[in-house]
Design a protein around this ligand. Structure first.
Ligand code: CDP
Length: 241
């Protein structure tokens, strides 16, 4: 809700400005895969399935020093109110690439030369923040598959609506109709131990001090997300899967 002078005064779902939507995660949701997981925030749902490492074909694409991570992100046709056309498009190719980079900084495939590890991310329900939900699901699916990882990675969308800084924008907040300055969306992924930023994109306008504050907010939010990811991994250990 926008107040006078373009100040976003209240979130429609009643959340505090720095509050993440309700989260849940589950590991081991696809028996036939090497690793799998889901990660949900509010109405956004992401599923990640891992296959590999297995020998990469064609042979000329192989790296004799280490395995390759290959990510494919897609939204299901019914994931939003307007039907999404099946198959790759510019947006899905961009998200696949940035997700690959975000995950590449934590996986260690040096023990698996000439192989590929495939990560398939699917979004059955989208209410903004799907790339970050996909990264959160993929990180725990990779751990479930037993892929060596230097650390975990967690991701969140932060940003600014009119003049107000917010955490975990939903679709309404991500839309560009807000009064004064519109909406700025900044997906951020942060590694769990070294606290490195492995993804940062920026769509909109923001001042340097506000940007720094957003990154700080992302770091705090990623600590919360990490707890949910680690709990999901622990749950499966408890179940001896
Ligand atoms: O999902 P994410 O925030 O990572 O990416 P986005 O490109 O900023 O998209 C924001 C949201 O717009 C998505 O989560 C969907 O809810 C919606 N969207 C849509 O309705 N139709 C599309 N073709 C693409 C996105």
């Amino acid at each position: 809700m926008a107040g006078d002078k373009g100040i976003y005064t209240k979130r429609d779902d009643g959340r505090k400005f720095d509050e993440i939507r309700e989260m849940s995660a589950e590991v081991g949701i696809v028996d036939s895969a090497d690793g799998s997981a889901s990660f949900n925030t509010g109405h956004t749902k992401a599923i990640a399935v891992v296959r590999g490492p297995r020998t990469l074909h064609p042979q000329h694409m192989q790296n004799p020093r280490k395995g390759i991570l290959r990510v494919s992100y897609g939204m299901m046709p019914f994931s939003v109110t307007d039907r999404i056309r099946p198959g790759p498009n510019r947006r899905s190719e961009e998200i696949s690439k940035v997700t690959e980079w975000a995950l590449n900084s934590v996986v260690d495939l040096s023990e698996y030369p000439n192989t590929v590890v495939d990560v398939f991310i699917q979004i059955p329900q989208a209410d903004a923040g799907t790339r970050v939900a996909g990264i959160n699901a993929a990180a725990i699916a990779l751990a479930h598959a037993g892929i060596p990882m230097k650390e975990m990675v967690s991701a969140i969308g932060v940003g600014k609506i009119d003049k107000t800084l917010v955490v975990d924008l939903d679709k309404y907040e991500d839309s560009d109709f807000h009064d004064a300055e519109g909406s700025t969306d900044i997906p951020v992924a942060i590694t769990s131990r070294t606290k490195n930023i492995s993804l940062l994109q920026l769509d909109g306008k923001i001042s340097v001090p506000e940007f720094k504050e957003c990154v700080k907010n992302a770091k705090v939010a990623c600590e919360e997300i990490l707890k949910v990811q680690m709990q999901a991994l622990k749950n499966i250990d408890g179940g001896n899967n």
